[in-house]
Design a protein. Structure first.
Length: 129
């Protein structure tokens, strides 16, 4: 990780519920600073937010878990799609940046980013405020 990069400032703590679609609930709010440390562009994912982690089709779970090294980025991305503080393209760019910050291996990072660019429009429309 390069000094001065964006950062997550809090741990991700989730409760596992009984729901299939969004089985994880965020216990404590966590924050992500976009762009570079000290940018002041901070996103807060609120406690109580429900997520499915990474929206990976079940057939791909052996390769890409719903929660793994990329978990914070996936939850952040779900929040960005639900709350829509940015355009979909910007939300996807933050997702890619956040996975880089988390040292997600390059091929997984770009595969997941490409998947949301190609197929994320469905979730974007479904989560309209």
């Amino acid at each position: 990780m390069v000094v001065g990069m964006s950062s997550f400032t809090d741990p991700l703590i989730v409760e596992v519920g009984q729901r299939f679609k969004r089985p994880f609930r965020i216990v404590n709010a966590f924050h992500y600073e976009i762009g570079s440390k000290g940018s002041g562009r901070i996103i807060e994912v609120a406690a109580g937010f429900e997520t499915d982690g990474a929206s990976v089709p079940r057939v791909f779970w052996p390769v890409i878990d719903r929660l793994g090294r990329h978990a914070k980025a996936a939850v952040l991305h779900d929040w960005l799609y639900a709350e829509k503080p940015f355009s979909r393209r910007e939300a996807d760019a933050v997702f890619l940046e956040a996975m880089d910050v988390l040292d997600v291996v390059w091929w997984r990072r770009y595969t997941m980013w490409a998947a949301v660019r190609l197929f994320g429009w469905r979730a974007w429309r479904k989560d309209r405020k």
